[in-house]
Ligand binder design. Sequence first.
Ligand SMILES: *Cc1c(COP(=O)(O)O)cnc(C)c1O
Ligand SMILES: [Zn+2]
Length: 420
Amino acid sequence: MCGGTVNYISHLKCRQCARTYEIEPIAACEECWAPLEVIYDYDRIRSEVPRESLESRARTMWRYRELLPLDQEPWVGRSTGFTPLLPAPRLAKALGAREIYLKNDAVNYPTLSFKDRVVAVALGKAREFGFDTVGCSSTGNLANSLAAQAAAGGFKTFIFVPADLEPEKLVNTRIYGATLIKVRGNYDQVNRLCSEISQKYSWGIINVNLRSYYSEGSKTFGYEIAEQLGWRLPQNIVVPMAGGSLITKIHKAFGELQKLGWVESAATKFFGAQATGCSPITTAVKQKTCEITPQKPNTVVKSLAIGNPADGFYAAKLILESGGAGEDVSDAEVVDGIRLLAETEGLFAETAGGVTVAVARKLLRLGRLNPAESIVLAITGNGLKTVGAVSGELGASEAIRPRLADFEEQYLNVHAAASV
Ligand SMILES: *Cc1c(COP(=O)(O)O)cnc(C)c1O
Ligand SMILES: [Zn+2]
């Protein structure tokens, strides 16, 4: 499907001290513990891969394969990515903005969140490194995606989650036969347990020792936005943040496209969105610092509930340097955001999508987002997986008798007496 196995990966490089490493299953620098980043041979890509050569390729995330870290054909997730970028005129009108687009990973394949992108890359790499057992710590969507794709890829799988996850997220993990370990603790405690496990067992923990490769999958969300805008970058993008990886990788993607000359240079402003009950990154950004103070999460937005975000420093830095902003919203505003998106554009997003929409509304009201410029909202997960967050808000409706008069009386306010 991907025609040949040419790859352009060069090495891993520490984001802090620039020390380089071979392509191995390690994610942190041995000198300074900063994250390691995959570096490609961009000069060779520029000379050997014209942008036009992508046009005839399948509409999946693998159309950008030269910018992904696999040596071989993808092992799983061959249909993942290339989700719709939807103009959202009714939402734009409601928010008083001119041009809003929704990047809709609520319909990503196979498990309806953007995490399918990172898992597809991580499991391809896990296979290349020879791991037969994989695992992750998760706030929900990663668990769903790893369970599904590891089943399809024939891996043995251990998934660790906080015990208080939404019931939909638990069912959507267990159905695939993965071993699900519920931990009495928050995500940060679950993640620490996974780090210990990855030191003791030679497993591919996709967001621990495979994190450098895993996070590369997020770049495809950014490539697609640019291509779907006609190889242009948006002026503004609003991104929900948990560990802060997605926003940094969209930024990396836009930077690579400019480096390759595939898009005109443009200064996209990045806006980070969190729930107030777990807002370590937006709190730092509002204080104009990149130093993250960890928090204890307390919010209905469980998919973003990471109190000590691994990439928080880099996320805050890029937001500040881009001229964007960080903002957070209450759980009630999240529910309003979910409903507004559903009622204006017919798209049911999970709580993280409610955060994105509500933060965009708040930033427009505060004058931090320019309503005359193009704005992309990152919709990263599907509302069917967090139904409980909104079901209580919709009000109960009483059943009627199967009679025309009952319908008219209750729903059209036509009283039976009036027709006598
Ligand atoms: C994981 C997740 C995010 C954010 O991911 P990070 O890369 O950790 O910041 C956003 N939205 C949804 C629905 C997620 O599951
Ligand atoms: Zn280092």
